[in-house]
Structure formats: structure tokens, C-alpha cells
Design a protein around this ligand. Structure first.
Ligand SMILES: O=C(O)C[C@H](O)C(=O)O
Length: 508
């Protein structure tokens, strides 16, 4: 075996260990930038959301559990040195997928399998989170450089592409696009922007740009050294001036950094890709040179700020879900913080689709939703003494198409998820005297600590998407749409938008 021969086992073990590592530990640059943004934040709701994300991150690191229930689609970027030798007879993607399966089914820290093997028809969970999306580039040298990332579905869903005209402004397009994304991508995060090449190249550049360390604080401090760096700072300031804020609640910080990667382009074209990275920023790079597997050392816990929750000036209302009435719900105001106790049902995309199909066929649902609360969540499986694994909210707009029919047909009273609701769903909530609450996306391990028990009630075959009953105690939530139809995702950003920051000579 030559010095640069890399064993199959070392490759698989390194990728699997890296995936376990990134599920648990935020990169130090993310923590440092989020902690700075937390210190600067003036919006009480956004500051509270950031505090929950930071506390959750520290808890995940201490507990060795995933920071977010959505442990993502595995993206792997391999730079394969043309003089390197990988001692295998199997395709590289197969080795990656074996590593994914090992990492995601690790009994000590199982990660949530989210990948469905038939995207159009059956949509059946593969159970291992494989396959990954693997990109291979042949480069010079005798080593294999690997970057692994685990990209959450909510932020991936907000990826956008445009074939701009050559004279169009990238800044204008990014601002218009980000303003239309809503908060389902779980800000505060990072924007990856790719400009040039072809349609698929621009998207790949945008995704790859997110693998670089977050360095906006240092960049601003030293000043831009190129036009691209000037553009990064301009976008960072203007996106933050939109006022979207953490979780879309309105605030000073929506992005911690903006990354831009470019490639030469046809004279007729200006393709632009935008890929947002959520607060569950998970990626890691390592190099294999034949001397053994990569090793990863957990970051020192003092890298996390020691933040206490429960501050802020918002009054907290304790709610017993089990005795909750429509009259009580009518008294809640958008923006109010609640501590929720009692029984919640869970259900997300697949369960909603199935329930609506049953209602359409005139069948009785397997659970009675009348007067009850449903939490849009797909939790991680429990280990040791946990009632349930990390269990943060999923993006609620995906449930919007089902909302009016469910409220009308079942008497459902409360929905809990993350980010805004669309206009029709908001209006339906108002007409039915219901309410929509949010938990902090990306604070999944923290949320799970409020869950005392969990049992599956229906649709067992849907795995993490099954309908469960959680018993919760003091689960922190915010009223996002009240029974009067007021939405905090409209009022919050409107209050924090800073029109004095101008785009192409026009106020925002
Ligand atoms: O799948 C999930 O649990 C959440 C998803 O990443 C989302 O943000 O909507």
C-alpha cells in the first residue's frame, strides 16, 4: 500500500464521526457572531429567541444531543487528489451513504432520519437518512479533502434562483428575495450567494460559499479589500435593515454574514443563486492522507456565553392546555409569551395530508382535535431517560393549505409551529377564533426539556411524522397570530425596518 492509500474504513469512519459531531456542536465562529448579535439586539422578542438558540446550543454540546430535530440532508463535497488512492472497489457515494447510515442510527445519539426515497409518489422514509448529496471534484495532490454539511429542510426550502439580465442589480434582487422568504429558514443565519456560470453552477456556488467560516465582524473591523468584500458588507447591512430579525419577530439582526462566490459567465447572462443557512449551521472539513481517520475534538464549553433565560420585559402567562377555552384564547395578544402545560397533539406534513384525505372521504379521524392544540413537529427518537429527543417546531406555512378545513371540520383551537402564516391561514384563524403560537426554531433540545411524556396515537407508519400526544410543562411559546388575526410576523418586522438604509437610491 502506498503512503497515500486511504482505507475504506478510515473514509467511512471519518464521515460518520464528522456527521455526529456537527449534529451536536455549532461551529465556534457561529456562536461568537450570534453572541455578539445577541448583545447588540434591541428587540425584546428577537433577543429572547437568540437567547434560546444560544442556550439550546450549549445544552446540546453538554448533553451530546442534536441541536435541532431536523438533522438535515447530508451534503458532502469531496476534493479528490488525483494522486490519492482510496482502497475500495465501491463507488464513493456508496461509502458516503454507509457513513450517513452509521451516523444517523448511532444508538448512543440517534439522529432523525428525514430522507424519503421517492419524492413524487410514495415519499417513504429510508430510515437511515441516506442517500447524501455528494459532489466530487478532481484536484491535484495525494490527499482527499472532505467537507460535510447537514442542511435543514426549512432553510433549504428557501433556496432561490434567478436568471437576471446582465444590467440587473444583484443587491436589489437579494433584498427583494430575502424580504419575500418569510422566517421559515430560521434566521438569524447566513446567506450564501452564487453569481455566474450556469443555473446549476450558481446554486452550487451559493451552497459552497456557506462552508467558509463566518468572518463578518473581522471584515467590518478591517474594512473591505475588494469589490466583493464591499458587496458582502453592503448586503449584510441592507438585509439586516429589512428588520426581519430572529425568527422573523422583528429586530436588528437577520443575517450574521453574507457569503458570495462567483464564476465567469456568458455575456448574455447573470445567473444568481441564493441559499440561506439556518441557525443550525452544521458543517466541518477534514483531510485524509492515508495516516488514519480524521479526529474531532469537542470545542471547550467556555466558547458558549452563559446566558440565563427568562429575562426581557414581556409578561408571561401560564396556560393549562387541558382546561383551555375559546374565551381564554380570545384574550391572548400577538407577541405575548405563554408557558404552556398539558396535553398537545403532534402532526406535520404527512399527517395533515392524510387527515385531510380522510375528511374528504367522510371518515372519522383517529384523534379528536376539538378544542385541542396541535404542535407541528417531527421529533428525534429518545435515548436514556428522555421522554423524547430534540423536538423543535417545523415551518407552519406548509400546513397552511390544510388549516381552514381542519379548523372548520374539527374544532381545532390552537396550532404551534414556527415562522409566519400566509394571509388565508391567518384569516381562517381569525374567523374561527383560534390562535397560532410559535416556539423557537433551532431550540429543539431546549424545547424537548419541557416535554414530560410522549406516545404515538396514530399513523405509526409515518415514523417521525406520526401523530403523538406530548404532555408538556411550561413550554415557552409566543402568540404569533391571535384570535383577532393580528400577526407578530407582520407587526414585528414593520417596527424594526430601517428605511434610512437605501437600496439603489430608493428607501427600503
Ligand atoms: O423538518 C423539520 O423538523 C423542520 C424543518 O427543517 C423546517 O425548518 O421546516
Amino acid at each position: 500500500m502506498s503512503a497515500s492509500s486511504i482505507t475504506e474504513d478510515d473514509f467511512i469512519r471519518s464521515v460518520a464521526d464528522a456527521l455526529q459531531y456537527i449534529a451536536v456542536y455549532h461551529p465556534p465562529d457561529f456562536i461568537a457572531h450570534l453572541a455578539e448579535a445577541y448583545q447588540r439586539e434591541e428587540s425584546a422578542s428577537a433577543k429572547n429567541a437568540m437567547a434560546q438558540i444560544l442556550v439550546n446550543s450549549r445544552m446540546a454540546a453538554l448533553g451530546g444531543r442534536p441541536m435541532c430535530q431536523d438533522t438535515g440532508t447530508v451534503n458532502v463535497f469531496v476534493k479528490f487528489g488525483m494522486e490519492a488512492r482510496l482502497a475500495t472497489t465501491r463507488p464513493l457515494a456508496e461509502l458516503v451513504d454507509e457513513a450517513v447510515a452509521i451516523a444517523y442510527t448511532d444508538p448512543a445519539n440517534p439522529l432523525r432520519p428525514s430522507i424519503l426515497d421517492d419524492p413524487i409518489f410514495e415519499r417513504k422514509n429510508t430510515g437511515t437518512n441516506a442517500p447524501a448529496v455528494t459532489h466530487v471534484e478532481l484536484v491535484t495532490g495525494s490527499r482527499i479533502a472532505v467537507t460535510v454539511a447537514a442542511k435543514g429542510g426549512g432553510s433549504e426550502n428557501k433556496a432561490r434562483f434567478a436568471a437576471l439580465n446582465p444590467g440587473d442589480s444583484v443587491v436589489d434582487w437579494v433584498l427583494k428575495t430575502v424580504e419575500g422568504l418569510g422566517a421559515g429558514w430560521c434566521p438569524p443565519g447566513i446567506l450564501g450567494i452564487g453569481v455566474g456560470g450556469t443555473a446549476e453552477k450558481a446554486m452550487l456556488l451559493a451552497k459552497q460559499s456557506l462552508m467558509a467560516p463566518i468572518d463578518m465582524t473581522a471584515l467590518i473591523a478591517r474594512g473591505p479589500a475588494s469589490k466583493l468584500e464591499e458587496l458582502r458588507i453592503e448586503l449584510y447591512e441592507k438585509v439586516n435593515a429589512l428588520g426581519i430579525g430572529a425568527q422573523g419577530l422583528g429586530g436588528l439582526t437577520t443575517v450574521l454574514d453574507v457569503k458570495i462566490a462567483t464564476y465567469p459567465v456568458h455575456a448574455a447572462s447573470k445567473p444568481v443563486g441564493l441559499v440561506p443557512q439556518c441557525a443550525a449551521d452544521r458543517h466541518l472539513s477534514f483531510t485524509l492522507d492515508g495516516t488514519g481517520p480524521a479526529e474531532f475534538t469537542p470545542p471547550a464549553i467556555d466558547r458558549w456565553p452563559d446566558i440565563a433565560l427568562g429575562g426581557g420585559d414581556a409578561a408571561v402567562r401560564r396556560v393549562d392546555r387541558d382546561t383551555l377555552t375559546r374565551e381564554e384564547v380570545a384574550g391572548w395578544q400577538a407577541g405575548e409569551t405563554l408557558l404552556l402545560s398539558g396535553r398537545l397533539l403532534t402532526g406535520r406534513d404527512a399527517a395533515h395530508k392524510r387527515m385531510i384525505a380522510m375528511l374528504d372521504r367522510g371518515e372519522e379521524l383517529p384523534v379528536d382535535l376539538n378544542g385541542r392544540a396541535i404542535y407541528y413537529v417531527g421529533p428525534v427518537d429518545a435515548v436514556r431517560d428522555e421522554a423524547v429527543g430534540p423536538a423543535g417546531p417545523t415551518t407552519s406555512t406548509r400546513m397552511d393549505p390544510y388549516t381552514d378545513q381542519l379548523l372548520e371540520a374539527t374544532g381545532l383551537l390552537v396550532m404551534i409551529g414556527k415562522a409566519e402564516r400566509g394571509a388565508a391561514a391567518t384569516d381562517s384563524i381569525r374567523r374561527h377564533g383560534a390562535a397560532y403560537l410559535i416556539a423557537v426554531g433551532g431550540a429543539a433540545y431546549l424545547v424537548s426539556k419541557a416535554i414530560r411524556s410522549s406516545r404515538i396515537l396514530a399513523f405509526d407508519d409515518l415514523g417521525m411524522e406520526a401523530i403523538r400526544e406530548f404532555v408538556v410543562e411550561d413550554m415557552p411559546v409566543t402568540v404569533a397570530v391571535d384570535a383577532g388575526g393580528t400577526s407578530i410576523h407582520t407587526t414585528g418586522p414593520a417596527r424594526w425596518k430601517r428605511p434610512e438604509i437605501r437600496v439603489s437610491g430608493q428607501a427600503l
